[in-house]
Unconditional design. Structure first.
Length: 246
């Protein structure tokens, strides 16, 4: 996919996996809009920042409108997400329903919100030689398949993302829009930076190969591969060093 003079939106693009994706898409010539709740202090490399709660129609639509003003929208990568660790039956009672709902709202509904609005903006793009008009990439997780204790909400939200991919890809095929998800394993992100070093080392040793945490740049490289290879469609790609959580 040629992204030169075209626009892209990365939700959750101000840090972590999203920021690496922003830089990768800029390297491919795209004019990138970062849609995030806070800009933070990271260098966005000239990308335009739009304050955005992905659960809001108006906020996501604004990010897409800003992108389209810079060029036809051809790439959307959904990296915005949250995670909490809560047991169904805790010491103080059953899991808080609002906590569960908030994770689903941000991770699952937020991804669908970006999908529907991006597809609407992409459908009228001038197609390339393959008839392609754009690509939308979700961020799932291996927790969608092997969730751990305390990850019921997170795993449900990521499992929902996996479940959206194929029917969305089949429906949007008529418009030449691809839909793909990446399911990363344990990656070195700001969220994981809060974990004690001994725990980080233990997590890294659990990865069969390479025995380390994934790098955000490796996630971004997978996004680039998806953008470049039109045959990748309707699938969730694990990016986990052969890790299977038990």
């Amino acid at each position: 996919m040629d992204l030169v003079a075209k626009s892209a939106v990365v939700t959750g693009g101000a840090s972590g996996l999203g920021l690496s994706v922003v830089r990768a898409l800029q390297g491919k010539g795209a004019k990138v809009v970062v849609a995030d709740v806070q800009r933070g202090s990271n260098d966005l490399g000239g990308a335009q920042f739009v304050e955005c709660d992905v659960t809001s129609h108006d906020a996501v639509q604004k990010a897409i409108d800003v992108a389209v003003d810079q060029g036809p929208l051809w790439a959307v990568v959904c990296c915005a997400g949250i995670g909490t660790a809560n047991k169904i039956i805790g010491k103080d009672g059953p899991q808080n329903l609002e906590d569960f709902n908030r994770v689903l709202q941000v991770n699952l509904l937020g991804s669908f919100n970006a999908l529907r609005l991006a597809a609407w903006a992409m459908k009228d793009n001038k197609p390339d030689a393959d008839g392609q008009r754009g690509a939308i990439v979700f961020t799932a997780s291996i927790a969608a398949f092997e969730g751990q204790v305390g990850q019921v909400a997170y795993s449900a939200s990521k499992g929902g993302i996996v479940g959206m991919v194929l029917p969305a890809a089949r429906e949007l095929a008529r418009s030449g829009i691809r839909v793909v998800a990446i399911a990363p394993g344990i990656f070195d992100t700001p969220m994981l930076a809060k974990v004690p070093e001994n725990v980080r080392k233990s997590l890294a040793q659990g990865v069969p190969f390479p025995k380390r945490l994934g790098k955000p740049e490796e996630f971004a490289s997978m996004v680039e591969t998806i953008m470049d290879n039109t045959m990748i469609n309707g699938i969730t790609l694990r990016l986990d060093g052969a890790l299977r959580m038990i």
